[in-house]
Ligand binder design. Structure first.
Ligand code: BTN
Length: 328
């Protein structure tokens, strides 16, 4: 653990700590403590109060992620077999790390979380804004005997897992935008990035990456699309970050198990229940074309069916993107 992280852990309670106390923990002078605190502001964006005679405190307390707390929550929730859970203070991307570990043989079901991502990956080559200690940056690896094409539907079912978690927290207004955006009041609350690899006829491995905004604060300014976070949603059951990670793990496991038994057919009704654009006018854009029509629902391959002027057409994720038609 670096000295900076030791300092954050001490200050995470949001209470005042004297310069002397912090200096003793870190084995540095009071002037050294002050320098380290300046670094916390710059490197981790943490806001601090300094009050003469009382010391230093974080303006907002932090609940740091902890693999033991997540494993404990998983046990309380009744998980059959604990997956390996790895927590990083800072990493390039939890997806990248798990992809690398997958090739080194890490177990199916392994989970990776980070307090901060320096190169968080979003869909369409975008960056996922990942400030320290504020949100959930989560990835799970699953291995299958199936071919990569057969597991692509997990991209939609994993979004259902996030919706189930939100419903469980008493958030009933969040919904889905095909293929796997999670929106609240039309703004992005969570995003999923699935990375699939393997032999063309199997086996395959999937890294399911989930970014769930909990409290973006001033970092929302860095996002180039309308965004939401859990702190804006009224009357939520306030699960801790570690418990959220555990519950998300269970929901992702559940949907993966059902997907193995029933494929996407087992999810279409539930998808349609959460789909924010079902029955509405939408615009589908590809590299060369734009199609407008009514969104009729998803099919059993995960494609979206649109009633256009030239008939019903099915589009697949990766080729196209969807937006609501504000005129429609
Ligand atoms: C999107 O653009 O909608 C997908 C965002 C996915 C972000 C998550 S955060 C955890 C995991 N690691 C990454 O680098 N990306 C995903």
């Amino acid at each position: 653990m670096t000295k900076e992280i030791a300092l954050i852990k001490k200050l995470a309670d949001g209470k005042f700590h004297s310069g002397q106390e912090l200096g003793e923990i870190l084995g540095i002078s009071r002037a050294g403590v002050w320098k380290k605190l300046q670094k916390l502001k710059q490197r981790y964006g943490l806001q601090l109060d300094a009050v003469k005679g009382r010391g230093y405190r974080l303006q907002e307390s932090l609940e740091l992620l902890n693999s033991e707390a997540i494993e404990k929550a998983l046990t309380v929730l009744g998980i059959q077999q604990l997956p390996p859970v790895e927590v990083f203070e800072s990493i390039d991307s939890t997806n990248i790390w798990l992809m690398q570990q997958a090739s080194l043989g890490i177990k199916s079901g392994a989970v990776c979380l980070a307090e901060q991502q320096m190169a968080g990956k979003g869909r369409h080559g975008r960056q996922w804004v990942s400030p320290f200690g504020r949100n959930l940056y989560y990835s799970m690896l699953l291995r299958f005997d199936l071919a990569p094409a057969q597991v692509a539907g997990l991209s939609l079912t994993s979004a259902i897992a996030v919706l189930r978690l939100l419903r469980q927290m008493n958030c009933h207004q969040a919904g889905l935008k095909w293929p796997n955006d999670v929106l609240w009041q039309g703004k992005k609350l969570a995003g999923l990035l699935l990375e699939v690899s393997g032999e063309s006829s199997g086996p395959s491995q999937v890294v399911i990456g989930v970014g769930l905004n909990l409290s973006l604060g001033q970092y929302g300014d860095e996002i180039d699309q309308p965004w939401a976070d859990l702190s804006q949603i009224p009357d939520l059951i306030p699960y801790s970050r570690n418990e959220l990670a555990a519950r998300l793990t269970l929901h992702l496991q559940d949907v993966a198990n059902l997907y193995l038994q029933q494929g996407l057919a087992g999810f279409t009704a539930e998808w349609h229940e959460y789909d924010l654009y079902l029955g509405k006018q939408v615009v589908i854009s590809s590299a060369n074309n734009i199609h407008t029509g009514i969104h009729l629902g998803i099919d059993e391959t995960g494609g979206i069916r649109i009633e256009t002027e030239s008939g019903i057409r099915t589009f697949h994720a990766g080729e196209v993107s969807l937006r609501g038609n504000t005129l429609g």
